[in-house]
Ligand binder design. Structure first.
Ligand code: FUB
Length: 343
């Protein structure tokens, strides 16, 4: 698999000279890759970045995406098939704008695409769409998932067949505006603004058998430090910001996420899907571009990290490209930190 680790053959933009992998797709921008094995192939469900001309701000308004394109490949480093548009904002009756990071799942012969998008009132909700094929097109449900809020859904199915949705994101992802259980439009633009208190947590909820609704009230995904105390709001190097992902390795549950304004992809380990999870370290050091978002996949007895940076746009934060590289574990189960530029 030479392509995965090879240095980029794309034009060498400043800072990207030692990129450990190449953009998977170059015909359009792509970000926030959620990768799954369906029908023996790897399917990648990314966001589709484009330049809407919206000025950059801390709310993420410049991420003004309108649709999703899905990609597949038989092997990592092999040909990438572009399956075209799978879902558009204009297909979703309740949505207004900003189709952010999606995920997908398979159950009972059907494929499900989960997506965050603002409703007509500007509130982020999570929607579900269904298809008979992993590449779609996907038919959206007429309403958002009941009691859903915020962004970045990630669906994990455990060995017993039970699926869970992890979700949430602070700042532009609005999680902090739900701190009381109700949406507060005047709530903080960033976080709880209490640096010495426990940080806001991602949320997790079991999904019902139809995969279209929560089977329970979402619970907090609590991340503990080495002393067993919840990470604090001021701990920007380690606290949850957005981009939840769950995978299982050697019977343990690995919750991974982005730290947002400190740009790391980190992880924490727990004994069950709800946690609590104990902070372990950094999976991916900062990429070039403000956001970092990933997924972790086992394929043919190897583990891979799908992530993004901004190589194709030469560093424009809202014009990203998906990449993949191998992920390795130490004998004790720790993930070996990846430097995206091989330093
Ligand atoms: O792509 C839009 C947003 O940027 C995602 O939802 C976040 O995770 C961040 O990558």
């Amino acid at each position: 698999n030479t392509n995965v680790k090879s240095k980029s053959t794309q034009k060498q933009s400043p800072g990207f000279e030692n990129s450990i992998s190449e953009p998977l797709v170059s015909q359009r921008y792509s970000a926030d890759p959620s990768a799954h094995v369906f029908d023996g192939k790897i399917f990648v469900y990314p966001s589709h970045d484009y330049d809407a001309g919206v000025p950059e701000n801390d709310n993420g308004d410049h991420f003004a995406m309108n649709d999703y394109y899905i990609y597949s490949m038989d092997s990592v480093g092999g040909k990438v098939t572009d399956h075209g548009v799978a879902l558009k904002v204009s297909d979703i009756p309740w949505a207004s704008k900003q189709l952010w990071a999606p995920d997908a799942a398979f159950k009972n012969g059907k494929y499900y695409l989960y997506f965050p998008v603002r409703d007509k009132e500007g509130v982020f909700r999570i929607g579900a769409a269904v298809s008979n094929k992993p590449q779609g097109p996907f038919q959206p449900q007429p309403e958002p998932m009941k009691n859903s809020f915020s962004i970045d859904p990630a669906v994990f199915t455990d060995n017993d067949g039970q699926s869970y949705m992890y979700f949430g994101g602070i700042w532009g992802g609005q999680l902090q505006k739900w701190a009381t259980g109700e949406f507060n439009p005047k709530g903080s633009a960033t976080d709880l603004e209490k640096d010495d208190q426990p940080a806001l947590s991602a949320k997790v909820a079991k999904l019902g058998g139809n995969m279209l609704e929560f089977a329970e009230k979402p619970k907090d995904v609590v991340i503990l430090d080495e002393a067993g105390n919840p990470l604090k709001g001021g701990d920007h190097d380690r606290r949850f910001f957005e981009a939840s992902w769950m995978h299982k390795y050697n019977g343990k549950y690995y919750f991974s996420y982005s730290t947002g304004d400190t740009h790391n992809i980190c992880y924490a380990i727990g004994d069950n899907p709800y946690g609590p999870f104990t902070y372990q370290g950094v999976i991916l050091k900062p990429v070039i571009g403000w956001t970092s978002h990933h997924s972790i996949l086992e394929f043919k007895n190897k583990w891979y990290l799908f992530y993004h940076d901004t190589e194709l746009s030469e560093g424009k934060t809202h014009l990203r490209n998906v990449k993949v590289t191998e992920l390795n574990y130490a004998p004790d189960g720790k993930i070996i930190t990846i430097d995206p530029y091989g330093k």
